[in-house]
Ligand binder design. Structure first.
Ligand SMILES: Nc1nc2c(c(=O)[nH]1)N[C@H]1C(S)=C(S)[C@@H](COP(=O)(O)OP(=O)(O)OC[C@H]3O[C@@H](n4cnc5c(=O)[nH]c(N)nc54)[C@H](O)[C@@H]3O)O[C@H]1N2
Ligand SMILES: Nc1nc2c(c(=O)[nH]1)N[C@H]1C(S)=C(S)[C@@H](COP(=O)(O)OP(=O)(O)OC[C@H]3O[C@@H](n4cnc5c(=O)[nH]c(N)nc54)[C@H](O)[C@@H]3O)O[C@H]1N2
Ligand code: SF4
Ligand SMILES: [Mo]
Length: 864
């Protein structure tokens, strides 16, 4: 067995340490790193199943020009030439990069340097604009620098957790486990989210506020603190600048009753929140997309920061506002200045900073003003103002708001380059040149997690095919554009050293972000670098990064919340599932992760559904002024009336429906430029379906051509769920060649087709107009096996079979029916008891909230 390698998880901003042990050329076992301070031996379902995503199928392994394979030399020369030509003809602002919080710091640094120092434009923006730019803007306004004033140790010291717009149980599961451990020791947890998420299910108090009413809530809390002597006047006097009319303005309309009305929560619940806050000075407020992704995101962030500053709950153990970051290197991107509105090393575009960076880089064409932010950037592409665009490590054709317009813009752009690890992505389809990037498990470099901790990602495998690290690809283009000596890097450590040097260059303690002592780190020491935090206990001394050293309270106002529009009576909320990562290019490869949610659902309150004629499990059309898409209806008491929730994960590659990106408005927060993904006027109507079915295939097949087709990975192939109108025979076109055995029952409109090759089952198609479909479980297990055709066509061997229901525990494949059955028959009353009986929840723990809920439900039914 090979020596284990310590690295960092590929996914979220928790930044868990992993111990990876290679077991073959492209296989690896994954364990949690017990010594990594971010996770101390824990991993969630996504981290646990990383090993299933390192296979090479679907990978982009060679540079491609159009549909043709090309050499690196040809592809890189073409990219350099087209960018040079656009700049020569139309100036530096006619080109742009759109990059990602999933790049490593070293990749990010080089891309930013090339655009801002050498091309001479700041038209480099990142998907972090869609993710936490409101937090960045809020931090800058309050602290004078984008610094997250919290650490995971604060979670172990807090007495109260306020989770705002964060489905922590699903999106930051390991942080969540740490919070729950503290709650088991007596801490309280309040969740502020319009939806009753799995996180909210476990809260001591859940405030299902009206979407977009967070400012009113936090102002009411601040007013209450002021009335009840909870303001830390000494702290304010010493460390915080308070604008003249600040308190007068806070008082207005912030009484309990008005706020309860604005937020649409029971006044008694609101009072309980105020009292919990008053009783627990050690408060950590964690917030993410429910706060950031709003057209008032920056004000919402500052409403939270105001509260912590005014009560002095910052810079002390267990007391902090905590913006938890989404992507693995969202924070590293901020450090290198990957946003169009920032420069490198936490500097901005003030003339002095521009001069500092320009001199440090010996930059010939330093950008002097901010560039286009993501939404404006793609608008400029659509208007023909961008002649050459390079997209790295992000899938904007799916993830941008009003993605239909983004697609039109990409289609019209004269030159699009896409660097990705996957060959076929929705965005890649618009590329003139596709560049094969090294993936997680092949790359070497650093990432920074939510708590400012820098960790190494280390290569586990040799670079497959002709793939190259992103930093290498960018520096090659920089060299070919004429700046060879400035981009002469051979090892990521060289880039890291330069980044560290810039962080202290003419800093004089003005910026907290600094990596002293690392500017001369040797390659070996870099390879062995242990996880460490920069900035230490930021702001513990009550000094901030502003000119006078004081933080700022920022006046913020609750905007008016208009009622439903006649044509668009619903509001659409969008977000994440527990076991999928964004556009599923990687989690979609894992059969286990696919089990938790197999299709894109639209969650609807049962009373709304009844009024709108929507049945549970039916297909419905969700429309907004921007576009429409189909989803499967899921009735949910956890939805507020009038609101819909859909996931962001499905793409053209995986489904005909579930195309969430087409729906949101491209409206942004005026300070941060972050889109308001969480609130879009929408409508929902049942879709007419005449038949339903499913297709199993051992090898990748074209997506069947019908109204509804959603793909999921299964161990020996893939499955499509299908539904449509008209003649279902059309979908047979995608069946692979082989010996075809079929049963057709015209009376019931049923067709069953099995395709065998050398006796093995390679595909099966089941369709029915009004009958039942067999359970998929047994059939899935037959894929690739020598199958008895009659049994396959019967949907399984004779005799009763157990259906485990939707999978809750993906580590041990335990379904909801199995768990509910065991709770009832064995009278299990705790998550641990379920674990002892079925193993469910005993590995990564991501499903423990779900199991707890099933136990609670059983108790409620028993008590009813
Ligand atoms: N499983 C999984 N984990 C992930 C990711 C993933 O794709 N999958 N992605 C990572 C990334 S990049 C990010 S940014 C994070 C995101 O992590 P989260 O922010 O936790 O995830 P979301 O589901 O986008 O949204 C959070 C919640 O905001 C709520 N919300 C909507 N409107 C409002 C509002 O007006 N006020 C309040 N208070 N809440 C509101 C939504 O109902 C939703 O439950 O997750 C990271 N972790
Ligand atoms: N409606 C709605 N839209 C949203 C959101 C929402 O809540 N609602 N959330 C927004 C947020 S917070 C985020 S972060 C975005 C995420 O949206 P995206 O960034 O578009 O999503 P990903 O699927 O993570 O895209 C990453 C791409 O990079 C590729 N990749 C992976 N590793 C590497 C690498 O090392 N190098 C290169 N070159 N490529 C790599 C992957 O294959 C994939 O194609 O979505 C945003 N869009
Ligand atoms: S919480 Fe899960 S997805 Fe996030 S870093 Fe840890 S293991 Fe990875
Ligand atoms: Mo994100």
């Amino acid at each position: 067995m090979e020596a284990p390698i310590r690295t960092t998880c590929a996914y979220c901003g928790v930044g868990c340490g992993i111990v990876a042990t290679r077991t073959g050329a492209r296989s690896v076992t994954i364990a949690a790193d017990p010594d990594h301070p971010a996770n101390l031996g824990r991993l969630c379902s996504k981290g646990t199943h990383l090993g299933e995503t390192v296979r090479l199928d679907g990978r982009l392994l060679h540079p491609m020009i159009g549909k043709r394979r090309a050499s690196w030399d040809k592809a890189l020369d073409l990219v350099a030439r087209r960018f040079r030509r656009a700049i020569a003809e139309h100036g530096p602002d006619s080109v742009a990069f759109y990059v990602s919080g999933q790049l490593l710091t070293e990749d990010y640094y080089v891309a930013n340097k090339l655009m801002k120092g050498f091309i001479g434009s700041a038209n480099i923006d990142t998907n972090s604009r869609l993710c936490m730019s409101s937090a960045v803007a809020g931090h800058m306004r309050a602290f004078g620098e984008d610094v997250v004033p919290a650490s995971y140790d604060d979670l172990d010291a807090a007495d109260l957790f306020v989770l705002v717009g964060s489905n922590t149980a699903w999106c930051h599961p390991v942080v969540y486990q740490r919070i729950r451990a503290r709650c088991a020791a007596g801490a309280k947890m309040v969740v502020i989210d319009p939806r009753r998420t799995e996180t909210a299910e476990e809260a001591d108090l859940h405030l299902a506020i009206r979407p977009g009413s967070d400012v009113a809530l936090f102002k009411a809390l601040l007013a209450y603190c002021r009335e009840n002597g909870l303001i830390d006047e000494a702290y304010l006097a010493r460390s915080v600048h308070v604008p003249d009319d600040f308190w007068a303005e806070v008082g207005e309309g912030s009484d309990l009753w008005s706020a309860a009305r604005t937020c649409d929560v029971p006044p008694t619940d609101l009072r309980r929140f105020l009292e919990l806050f008053a009783a627990h000075p050690r408060t950590v407020t964690l917030f993410s997309q429910g706060v950031n992704q709003s057209v008032r995101g920056t004000d919402q962030v500052n409403a939270i920061l105001n509260l912590h500053l005014a009560t002095g709950r910052i810079g002390k153990p267990g007391a902090a506002p905590f913006s938890i970051t989404g992507q693995p290197n969202a924070m590293g991107g901020r450090e290198v200045g990957g946003l169009a509105s920032t420069l490198a090393s936490h500097m901005g575009f003030e003339p002095e900073s521009v001069a500092t960076v320009s001199q440090f880089w010996a930059a010939p064409n330093m950008a002097c003003k901010p560039g286009l932010k993501a939404v404006d950037l793609f608008r400029a592409v659509g208007e023909g103002r961008i002649k050459a665009l390079w997209i790295m490590a992000t899938n904007p054709a799916v993830s941008m708001p009003d993605a239909g317009e983004v697609r039109a813009a990409l289609a019209a752009c004269p030159f699009v380059v896409v660097s990705d690890v996957i060959a076929d992505t929705d965005t890649g389809r618009f590329a003139h040149v596709r560049l094969p990037a090294a993936a997680w498990g092949e790359k070497d470099g650093t990432v920074t997690n939510s708590e400012r901790r820098i960790s190494r990602q280390r290569a586990l495998f040799a670079l497959p095919g002709e793939t190259k690290p992103d930093w290498w690809i960018v520096k090659e283009v920089g060299s070919r554009m004429g700046w060879r000596t400035h981009f002469a890097y051979d090892h990521p450590a060289e880039i890291f050293r330069e980044h560290a040097r810039l962080s202290t260059y003419r800093n004089h303690g003005r910026r907290l972000f600094a990596l002293p002592g690392l500017s001369a780190i040797g390659n070996q020491a870099y390879d062995a670098l242990e996880p460490f935090r920069w900035g230490g206990d930021a702001f513990a001394d009550g000094r901030f990064s502003t000119a006078d050293g004081k933080a700022r309270l920022v006046p913020v106002a609750q905007r008016a919340l208009p009622g439903p529009l006649a044509a668009w009576p619903m509001t659409l909320n969008t977000g994440r599932y527990r076991d999928h990562w964004h556009t599923m290019t990687r989690t979609g490869l894992s059969a286990r992760l696919a089990r938790h949610r197999e299709e894109p659902l639209v969650e609807v309150h049962p009373e709304d559904a009844a009024a709108l004629g929507l049945a549970d499990g039916a297909i419905a059309r969700v429309a907004t002024p921007q576009g429409e898409s189909l989803f499967r209806v899921s009735l949910s008491e956890g939805q507020r009336r009038g609101e819909l929730f859909v996931p962001i994960h499905w793409t053209d590659r995986t489904a005909t429906g579930g195309r969430t990106g087409l729906l949101p408005r491209p409206l942004v927060d005026p300070q941060s430029g972050q889109p308001g993904f969480k609130l879009t006027p929408a409508s929902i109507t049942p879709a007419d379906i005449q038949w339903k079915g499913f297709l199993l295939a051992a090898d990748r097949v074209e997506r069947p051509d019908c109204l509804w087709a959603t793909r999921i990975q299964v161990p020996a192939g893939e499955v499509y769920e299908l539904a449509g109108i008209g003649d279902p025979a059309r979908v047979e076109a995608v069946l692979p060649k082989g010996e075809r055995i079929e049963v057709i029952d015209t009376a019931r409109g049923a067709r069953r087709i099995a395709v065998l090759r050398e006796g093995r089952l390679v595909a099966a198609l089941f369709v029915t107009r009004d009958g039942l479909l067999p359970s998929r479980e047994w059939l899935i297990a037959q894929l690739g096996e020598t199958a008895a055709a009659p049994a396959v066509l019967a949907g399984g061997p004779a005799g009763p079979r157990e259906d485990p229901g939707p999978i809750v525990c993906v580590c041990f494949d335990v379904g909801i029916k199995t768990i509910v059955g065991a709770i009832a028959t064995q009278q299990l009353t705790s998550v641990d008891a379920v674990g002892a009986a079925l193993s469910a929840g005993t590995n990564c723990g991501s499903c423990r909230p779900a199991i707890r809920r099933l136990i609670d439900d059983a108790r409620k039914i028993a008590n009813a």
